[in-house]
Design a protein around this ligand. Structure first.
Ligand SMILES: Cc1cc2nc3c(=O)[nH]c(=O)nc-3n(C[C@H](O)[C@H](O)[C@H](O)COP(=O)(O)OP(=O)(O)OC[C@H]3O[C@@H](n4cnc5c(N)ncnc54)[C@H](O)[C@@H]3O)c2cc1C
Ligand code: FES
Length: 277
């Protein structure tokens, strides 16, 4: 039975700052009671306020950044849970459960790769790109394609661009960079020879985008990994609230479903099936 990672724990953290980003984003900086070692990109935490203003069920958020003993989360305000976190004041305390999940797999040196981010799916790539550089992927072999509906939703685009890898914007309304979605941008970059056709794919974003990456990987045989943002109840494997259908022929095929929280959130496309809707 898959279990939560050995390094995860429940503790409180102090809010250091809450900064608004664009129309509906916040950067939440917190200091956990017990400092954490450097964590991999795409690992996540369950967060909830310590007062009664959060829903009882904590919400999952990927690690965005680590600075000294502080953790940074980039949160898109959607419903009650995210708004309650966005309304916190410096000095307040929140419940922090984690680090959870597997994170991106170890990157392969000298292997060209593309990171495909859709909207708030950019979050696990800030640390992910640093991981890949540290693990021997050359900056010139790495491209991030950061897609969003409009330029205002490309949260902290300049921060990604400053990492030294090639970062392309793709917006549905053409307000910044390529006019179209991230996969259309990838197709053009590959047709025009700026990204090799065998570059491995790492993706995080809305379901239809991940389904398209899975299709592409299946059609071309190019390896791909997806970081899923399933709805979650507990984050630690107890509630069965985060099922991900597995491929019978894949490495997880013995069961019909994997648990996104403890076996993911990152899965290779040969292990799982993404719903097409
Ligand atoms: C592993 C993981 C990492 C995540 N990382 C981040 C992150 O770094 N930053 C961030 O902003 N969000 C992230 N999310 C998504 C975040 O957890 C949800 O947006 C949040 O739980 C919504 O809570 P809420 O109470 O504000 O909204 P709710 O009131 O619960 O929902 C509001 C609306 O959004 C829909 N919704 C809620 N959660 C999701 C979801 N996961 N996918 C699609 N629709 C959803 C609901 O169906 C509803 O329509 C992550 C999710 C997972 C599983
Ligand atoms: S969220 Fe409870 S089992 Fe995954």
């Amino acid at each position: 039975m898959p279990r939560p990672p050995e390094d995860s724990r429940s503790q409180t953290a102090e809010v250091i700052s809450v900064e608004s980003l664009g129309a509906d984003g916040v950067l939440l900086r917190v200091r956990p009671q017990e400092p954490l070692p450097r964590l991999r990109g795409a690992r996540f935490f369950m967060l909830r306020r310590e007062d009664r203003l959060s829903p009882a069920i904590p919400r999952p958020f990927s690690l965005y950044d680590q600075a000294g003993d502080e953790l940074v989360f980039l949160i898109k305000l959607l419903g009650r849970g995210t708004r309650a976190l966005g309304d916190m004041q410096p000095g307040a305390r929140l419940r922090l459960i984690g680090p959870l999940g597997n994170g991106w797999p170890t990157f392969t040196p000298a292997q060209p790769l593309v990171m495909l981010a859709g909207g708030i799916g950019s979050v696990p790539f800030l640390v992910g790109i640093a991981d890949a550089l540290r693990e021997g992927v050359a900056a010139e072999d790495m491209t991030m394609i950061y897609g969003a509906a409009t330029a205002a939703q490309l949260f902290e685009f300049e921060r990604f661009a400053a990492l030294g890898v090639r970062v392309l914007a793709a917006t549905d309304d053409g307000s910044r960079g390529f006019a179209g979605h991230a996969l259309e941008c990838l197709a053009v970059e590959q047709e025009e020879g700026r990204i090799p056709p065998d570059a491995w794919l790492y993706a995080c974003g809305p379901g239809p985008m991940l389904a398209a990456v899975e299709r592409l990987s299946r059609n071309t045989g190019v390896p791909a990994w997806l970081s899923l943002e399933e709805l979650m109840g507990c984050g630690v494997g107890i509630c069965n609230g985060c099922p991900v259908p597995t491929r019978p022929e894949g490495p997880l095929g013995a069961w019909n479903n994997a648990k996104c929280c403890v076996e993911g959130p990152v899965f290779s496309t040969d292990a799982i099936q993404i719903a097409e809707n």
